[in-house]
Design a protein around this ligand. Structure first.
Ligand code: ZN
Length: 475
């Protein structure tokens, strides 16, 4: 038997032996409705997120781990193997205790953590409280088996992943960055590359009023990272609306209504929403609306502007902005016109751009400025979340993959994503689980109704995390 096998067999056996406790504590943890809420002393993201941190810390402390709560923003629980220095490098598992609101349509109480058909149903069971418990029990297994590690192992729990990452910003402003680690907040086998995410805002003076039909206002989309599924324009015209209405009502996806006693006409467009990382999967309502507006008899300057917005709304490759391209790791750049606002003399468009991991955001910014130079629009804001990229031959990737493959027999290659996971908060981290490839595709997933996770997956993830942490902490 090689040096890993003995310890790993011991860890597996320990997890099996503690199966009932792992399931029960996970259920109790899930019954805390830790949706981010109103800030209170010691609970910057609401009393329930604080309660969830306290629950995890008390379980960890009772079992002999060293714990620390950082003002309710985040917390950690640590195992320092016997005989190693207390300042040994840290291997981290980074998870979060806050959850998104349950929404409607559940067939199980979202904070009941009921088990039916071998699955635990609860908001947060996948994202991310179930895997947080798996990682905590993994560290408890290391401690109980007195695993002879050379690095410290630390579970870091944030309380604000779903709405701003303030938790990890606060945490890493005060605490050491792990040398390596993972976040159990996506899927197995692992995600080793995540595109960079830019939000770019273009602005210009609003549409000049003319003799003919005039766009008074236009608005579409709520958030940059979603494809707008609705867009509305309000028009003004010196002539009666009858002919315009007849022409527009023939367009699919368009709905018109005269308001203010016929002084204005509203035009509403219906598109199909999609996540900002996959804009090609949606249909941008702003594009449909502009299509309709181009059928009308506008002042000439307005036509140019509407044509421009139309071109940008319908393009999801970045070509219309002059920034299209790709790399071999993560494929093509994607671009989503997520929010459009015209009104009060000002027009603004917010694009959510996901760029390949090997690119540099400063080059991208320069190309964008060049690409829009003759459009009449200017770049007024450019915020960048840099890409995450851990090469396939990095010891972190090879180690995690080895453990996962030994446990499951699944040979699926590591993945890349356009979306952003919690792993970005770490210097050398990847997303590792918790969703297994043999999950039932009809089960509720993260942020969906009836979010659920098979009990066997919870146990399997606990074993995988214990073995992975053990290997990373003896590299
Ligand atoms: Zn999450």
């Amino acid at each position: 038997m090689d040096k890993h096998t003995l310890l790993e067999n011991e860890l597996s056996a320990w997890v099996e032996l503690h199966r009932a406790e792992i399931i029960e504590t996970t259920q109790a943890f899930l019954r805390i409705p830790s949706v981010g809420g109103t800030s209170a002393p010691g609970a910057p993201f609401g009393a329930e997120t604080r309660q969830a941190l306290d629950f995890a810390l008390s379980l960890a402390e009772t079992s002999g781990l060293a714990v620390k709560n950082l003002d309710g923003y985040a917390a950690h629980a640590e195992y320092c193997a016997p005989g190693i220095p207390s300042d040994a490098p840290i291997v981290g598992a980074l998870a979060h205790v806050d959850v998104v609101p349950p929404g409607t349509g559940w067939t199980h109480p979202p904070f009941g953590a009921e088990i039916e058909g071998g699955k635990i149903y609860a908001r947060g069971v996948l994202d991310d409280k179930g895997p947080a418990m798996a990682a905590l029990w993994a560290i408890l297994a290391l401690k109980s088996c007195a695993a002879p590690l050379t690095r410290r192992v630390r579970l870091i729990l944030g309380a604000n992943e779903e709405s701003g990452f303030e938790c990890v910003k606060h945490y890493f402003a005060h605490e050491e960055m792990p040398v390596t680690g993972f976040t159990p907040d996506a899927m197995f086998p692992l995600v080793h590359a995540e595109k960079g995410i830019v939000n770019a805002v273009l602005t210009r003076a609003a549409l000049p009023e003319g003799e003919r039909i005039h766009v008074v206002s236009l608005s579409g989309g709520q958030r940059p990272n979603m494809v707008p599924d609705t867009a509305v324009a309000i028009l003004k015209s010196p002539a009666p609306w009858a002919a315009t209405v007849a022409r527009l009502n023939a367009v699919v996806g368009i709905h018109t209504e005269e308001i203010n006693g016929g002084e204005h006409l509203t035009i509403a467009a219906q598109g199909i929403s999609a996540h900002g990382s996959t804009p090609e999967a949606g249909v941008n309502a702003v594009g449909i609306l502009c299509d309709a507006l181009l059928l009308l008899d506008h002042h000439e300057d307005q036509v140019v502007i509407v044509q421009q917005i139309h071109a940008w709304a319908e393009d999801t490759t970045g070509a219309a902005l002059g920034i299209a391209g790709q790399d071999e790791v993560t494929g093509p750049l994607t671009c989503n016109l997520g929010v459009a606002e015209i009104g009060d003399g000002q027009a603004s468009l917010t694009f959510n751009i996901r760029y390949p991991v090997t690119w540099n955001s400063e080059d991208l910014r320069r190309r964008l400025v060049t690409g829009i130079a003759s459009s009449g629009w200017t770049l007024s804001s450019f915020t960048d979340q840099p890409p995450l990229y851990v090469p396939l031959d990095d010891p972190l990737v090879t180690t995690l993959l080895e453990v996962y493959r030994a446990e499951t027999g699944d040979q699926t290659a590591p993945m890349t994503m356009g979306g952003g996971t919690y792993a970005r908060a770490m210097a050398n981290g990847v997303a590792f689980g918790p969703e297994f490839r043999d999950k039932d595709p009809h089960d509720g997933g993260p942020h969906e109704k009836d979010e659920c996770w098979p009990v066997e997956h919870l146990i399997r993830a606990t074993k995988i995390y214990a073995k992975a942490l053990a290997r990373l902490a003896s590299l």
